[in-house]
Design a protein around this ligand. Structure first.
Ligand code: SF4
Length: 330
């Protein structure tokens, strides 16, 4: 029996402090990732093993957690042999050589370039939140979702550990997703108001939702180096979407990420740097002469929606403004 926590050297100290309330001592098990190294991690939820097969909540097909690529998960863009990034140089190379959104999504979905985030997403996938203990967890990076030819891109922060990291689709399976997809439906961008699970029939039109960081971070706080490592995926996504005319940034992190992506793409960004605020607007000039308007919107986090800092009307107003800008003559 282990009496001293033995963690992989790249696991962050939060793992030491995140002791389970239901266990008086941390438990450890060898987590054999289906393609990565063996990692020793504490288990904070119900005892589960990575190889345990659980039925997908919609299709009933059994999956281990994390889900191996190309095994039938609804919406999985990857195949078993999709090339994967193991470090930042791989991310630059594989993103830059992606010639369409489908290829980019496939490569994003198998990325392993950030050791701390890979450890966290897979740790959560195995231990699970108690309410989802009988579900398989995606446990992989979450790609952008929606119309590849969209004129509007919504930029968020990062997947939630028990939301997108569980369902495999951005903003899907948590309260934030309830808010954003209901609003997208009201604004005419989505064919349905709910988003509970990949494979539920949700389709977006003329809008795509993406995150600057594609893996669930501990405490929803990616490190600066993780943000920077993941940035080429968003850069290439924007490169592959020449019709984009509006970016909606959900929160200050997304606002800064969108401005940084614009600068890396060679777009003209106003100086001094435009400040984030709900309803803020900044006009960015693409190299091809087109313009993209960046709109600020408070994030749809429960912290904002529960407290009334962000209301449905405020969110609707931003999305209607986005639609108006997207269809207006250049
Ligand atoms: S955060 Fe981005 S770069 Fe890092 S492992 Fe996830 S997908 Fe890869």
């Amino acid at each position: 029996m282990l009496t001293t926590p033995m963690l992989h050297p790249w696991l962050h100290p939060w793992l030491h402090s995140r002791r389970p309330s239901v266990h008086t001592e941390p438990e450890f098990h060898d987590h054999h990732s289906w393609w990565g190294p063996t990692v020793t991690q504490p288990q904070t939820g119900p005892r589960r093993s990575a190889g345990e097969l659980l039925p997908h909540p919609l299709t009933g097909q059994p999956f281990p957690s994390p889900v191996p690529p190309g095994t039938g998960w609804p919406g999985d863009p990857a195949r078993p042999r999709t090339p994967r990034a193991n470090d930042v140089r791989d991310v630059v190379r594989l993103s830059g050589s992606s010639r369409d959104i489908a290829t980019l999504d496939a490569r994003v979905s198998v990325c392993r370039a950030c050791p701390r985030l890979v450890a966290w997403r897979e740790h959560v996938a195995v231990t699970k939140r108690r309410a989802f203990a009988d579900e398989p967890y995606w446990g992989r990076p979450v790609t952008g979702f929606g119309d590849a030819d969209a004129r509007v891109v919504v930029v968020g922060l990062a997947p939630a550990a028990n939301g997108g990291n569980r369902t495999g689709r951005v903003f899907t399976g948590d309260r934030s997703g309830d808010w954003i997809f209901a609003a997208l439906h009201r604004a005419g961008f989505a064919n349905q108001a709910t988003s509970v699970s990949a494979g539920d029939g949700l389709q977006l039109k003329d809008i795509r939702v993406a995150a600057p960081v594609r893996c669930a971070p501990p405490d929803n706080k990616p490190l600066p180096e993780e943000r920077d490592t993941c940035a080429p995926w968003l850069d290439q996504e924007l490169e592959l979407m020449p019709e984009v005319r509006v970016m909606v940034a959900l929160g200050g992190f997304a606002w800064d990420a969108a401005l940084a992506a614009a600068r890396r793409a060679g777009w003209q960004v106003p100086r001094p740097k435009p400040r984030f605020g709900h309803g803020a607007e900044a006009t960015l000039h693409r190299q091809d002469g087109g313009t993209v308007v960046l709109l600020g919107c408070f994030h749809v986090s429960q912290q904002n929606t529960f407290t009334g800092r962000l209301t449905e009307q405020m969110l609707d107003d931003v999305l209607l403004r986005a639609r108006s800008l997207a269809v207006s003559p250049r």
